[in-house]
Design a protein around this ligand. Structure first.
Ligand code: NAD
Ligand code: MG
Length: 394
């Protein structure tokens, strides 16, 4: 029986994780659940899973949550609030596995704390890894933590790696990674229409049902840019060893190309419960609740090279990883601000890469050799990007 803490329990990944956990009460006990503000969803989860701790980061909402609990059958639940509480629950002695499913840079400190504490870290929060890079991977190595990727592509790659492979290791017999991408909702939209697409159109992903931020990232393909950087870090590979492949059906979740010419692919329905169940059961397997793959219904699979004119965010991501230092941190922070501004109707879809590029150019790139440098860069990039976005206001 393992103890689990779910950071970002009320989000898309958090909800899918609890769905899988509920199928295996003999394997997992829920120790802690965290939310930012959504206390109604958190309340339902606490009622169903009876954790020991619930964190509501927003202090006002945490008070409301306490009130709500007074007239409820839930007893013995400790309620915490504030950002430090996230690190506290992620490092509790009774927690073996931490699902890192907070969206964006807000997830960095608790995910890193879990890694430093030697937990099994199930990493969905790719932004945390992209912004902190080697620092995160070093923390994993030094503590002996187990880092298992939840992102479907990275989970697929991990499954196709040689037996005994551990994230961060260099697999010499692997030549290349083929990182698949659906291409998002605007793969075939005429280029001149991209400036006027709405947030509702951008979050309507053709194959996956996800949180808003990652859905916009999929539409700009920044998601694949972040994933390319994530793959370099997790699998200790150079950017030129990672080939992005547009595969609109999202049946193959990525491939590993070996030196002898063998290519291994992992396939399945686009259901995040599959990589989640894989990582929870690892190194065993158990039921995820996903439907079996109907290969005849799929009938065909297509593959194409990505279009860098349509998706300038991909070019920016390659620039960030090739330059290194604080540039990936700048890229990530500027992207978070730009996506937020787009979702709030402040800027156009096509302004997103413009803001990111201007922010990347506004700072001198430094070595990303300490957490302090990374956090400061993140804050400065956020402020600068907000100003750039305000200047673009439509
Ligand atoms: P989501 O928006 O649905 O959920 C985000 C969660 O984070 C919520 O529980 C929210 O309460 C919490 N949160 C948000 N801001 C916070 C803050 N400032 N402090 C503390 N908690 C905060 O997002 P999601 O789609 O579940 O994605 C979560 C992460 O997983 C992202 O990094 C995303 O890139 C990654 N991911 C998601 C999917 C997917 O299918 N949804 C697939 C691959 C990777
Ligand atoms: Mg992915």
């Amino acid at each position: 029986m393992k103890g689990i803490c779910i950071l970002g329990a009320t989000g898309s990944i958090g909800v899918s994780t609890l769905d899988v956990v509920a199928r295996h009460p003999e394997h997992y006990k829920v120790i802690a659940l965290t939310a930012n503000t959504n206390i109604d969803a958190l309340y339902g989860q606490c009622l169903a899973h009876r954790p020991e701790f619930a964190v509501v980061v927003d202090e006002g909402k945490a008070q409301e949550f306490e009130e709500k609990l007074k007239s409820s059958p839930i007893s013995g639940l400790q309620i915490l609030s504030g950002v430090k509480a996230l690190e506290y629950v992620a490092t509790l002695g009774q927690v073996d596995s931490v699902m890192a499913a907070i969206v964006g840079a807000a997830g960095l400190l608790p995910s890193l704390a879990a890694a430093k504490a030697g937990k099994t870290v199930l990493l969905a929060n790719k932004e945390a890894l992209v912004m902190s890079g080697d620092i995160f991977m070093q923390a994993v190595t030094e503590s002996g933590a187990q880092l298992l990727p939840i992102d479907s592509e990275h989970n697929a790659i991990f499954q196709c790696m040689p037996a005994g492979y551990k994230t961060g290791m260099q697999a010499k017999q692997v030549r290349r990674i083929l990182l698949t991408a659906s291409g998002g909702p605007f793969r075939q939209t005429p280029l001149e229409q991209l400036a006027s697409v709405t947030p509702a159109q951008a979050v309507a992903h053709p194959n996956w049902d996800m949180g808003k931020k990652i859905s916009v990232d999929s539409a700009t393909m920044m998601n694949k840019g972040l994933e390319m950087i994530e793959a370099c870090l997790l699998f200790n590979m150079e950017p030129e060893q990672i080939q992005i492949v547009i595969h609109p059906q999202s049946v193959i979740h990525s491939m590993v190309d070996y030196v002898d010419g063998t290519v291994l692919a992992q396939m399945g329905n686009p259901d995040m419960r599959i990589p989640i169940a894989y990582s929870l059961a690892w190194p065993e397997r158990f039921d995820s609740g996903a439907q079996p793959l109907d290969i005849f219904a799929i009938a065909r699979m297509d593959f194409e090279a990505p279009d860098l004119e349509r998706f300038p965010c991909l070019r920016l991501a390659y620039e960030a990883i090739n330059t290194g230092g604080t540039l990936p941190t700048l890229l990530n922070a500027a992207n978070e601000i730009a996506v937020d501004a787009f979702l709030n109707g402040q800027i156009r879809f096509t302004d997103i890469p413009v803001i990111i590029e201007r922010c990347m150019q506004a700072f001198e790139v430094k070595p990303a050799d300490s957490l302090a440098v990374i956090l400061e860069t993140d804050q400065q990039a956020r402020m600068a990007s907000k100003q750039i976005a305000a200047g673009l206001k439509r």
